[in-house]
Design a protein around this ligand. Sequence first.
Ligand SMILES: [Ca+2]
Ligand SMILES: [Ca+2]
Length: 572
Amino acid sequence: MMKKPLMNFMIALACTTFTLVSCGNSSESLTSSSSDSSTASSSEFSSFPVSSSESSSQDQNNPTISPKYRTYYQILIYSFADSNGDGIGDFKGIADKFDYLKTLGVNGIWLSPAHPASSYHGYNVIDYYYINPNYEVSGYTFDDFLADAQANDIAIVMDLVLNHTSTEYSWFLQGLNAFKNNTESKYKTYYTFSMTQTTQCPNSQNGVFYESLFSSSMPDLNYDNPDVREEAINVGKYWLNKGVSGFRLDGAMHIFTNYDSPTFASDKWNNDVYDKNIAWWNEFYTAMQTVTPDVYVIGEVWSSESKIETYYASGMDGFFNFDTRGEITNAMSGSVDYSAWLESYQTAIRSYNSNAIESYFVDNHDTPRLAVGLNNVLELKMAAALQLLAPGNAFVFYGDEIGLKGSGGSGDRLYRTAMLWGDSYATNPSLFGIGSSFTSSTVSGANATTQVTDQTSLFNYYKNLIALKNANKELYSGTLEPVLTGSNYYVAYTVTQDEFISLVFHNLSGNVATFNLTGSTFTLSGGLSVSGGLSVSGDAPTLSGGTLSMPGNSTAVIRLSSSDITVTPILF
Ligand SMILES: [Ca+2]
Ligand SMILES: [Ca+2]
């Protein structure tokens, strides 16, 4: 992309003339005691420039971006919202909470596996072509849910677990039986069976060993068999035709693994199987595009950043960045140059795929919740600002926005406990396999219903951050360039898409920092107008006469426009 003169100038300025007039002690990290939330009145918040994100094509104030760019919300169906009082979350419950999600500002949902399955979490599927009956209540089907989501411009991304099935799947049972009895069945080659135990086939049922990388209840499908690849593609096409917008692909790096390697136990992959996995996902993605040209597909490659990057060669839209959380918490402690990291990752993934979309998340159903690690609303607000204003798509795990955490046990189920609504939609973990010992709470103690009405809550901080991103859409799809500030505690970068440029500032220190944006070499060829700013204290960042004053632990987004200079007071 051609750089615009303003951008060149901006970066030159950043390197040479950004002046820290008063930055206090920049080595001081976040402190919870400095928060004075009482200063942020509801009237101040209501004057925030609320997103006009629904009016995509006619929006003169934003670049036109692909509908794939959204702020997504990950929902575990069973734990989220129960509409009929049986204690189990369901699609009607989610739909009844669309108003909550739209208030928050998210406009995409990653749904946990929705198929009939052998376990509560759904990752061992019994039939890819059906919906778990627990999730459909009387008079409200998955089709109804998809129609309601579409009417609300909420994209539904379905979790597809294609690497393996359940041992209860008819394909597996028929294949195993035919293999054992040496009878005819196409399902004999849907899986990898053996009459003897091997590295590849460690587990057995009825005397037949089979490949099962994750657990004995999750037999791997055999993707060397073209019939299996065709079947997986048919599954994807089936649900796209039903109306889902795309897929989250579970275990995307586990399709092919390197069983022949003597180092298999310690390293299940080598370059050959990486290439096979990437080729397969390209085949799958290309097939999905024939049904839905704008299909959004994101894969789980739980690996190092350098390996995740290579998967973008598949052409797929996104892969979760598993380093996000560590980079954010390290940035908050001053040990990481956050904007440099964002730039290097964007550059790397775009080198594999010019349409690559970043996918940043801080926790999911497999990782401890960030709220447990930080256990501090102030720090959760700053972490949210760093995540949600990064280029690309942010994924918010249900409850992150209220500081949800669990207690009463450990392990995966702890991260998957009931959403804390404070109303009749609460689910009951003892009824869907999590167990009665697990209870939910939040860092502040306030439930979702209370936080929606409290303008100083974590929920409303998330809401205002997402609104800021939706009002400056180049923040989704634009090209990032770091702005040097001289301290890891001052994160600054520009994001450019077409003629739209946003300047993002985070003051991660606990002290006021003042930046002079009008140094002697700084001539505004366009103009500065403030889109919005937030601080954990409720004090407003201000821009006056080209001087940006940032309270401790605050964020500002400044829109550089091509119109005349307009300096608007920051609204927080
Ligand atoms: Ca229910
Ligand atoms: Ca596999």
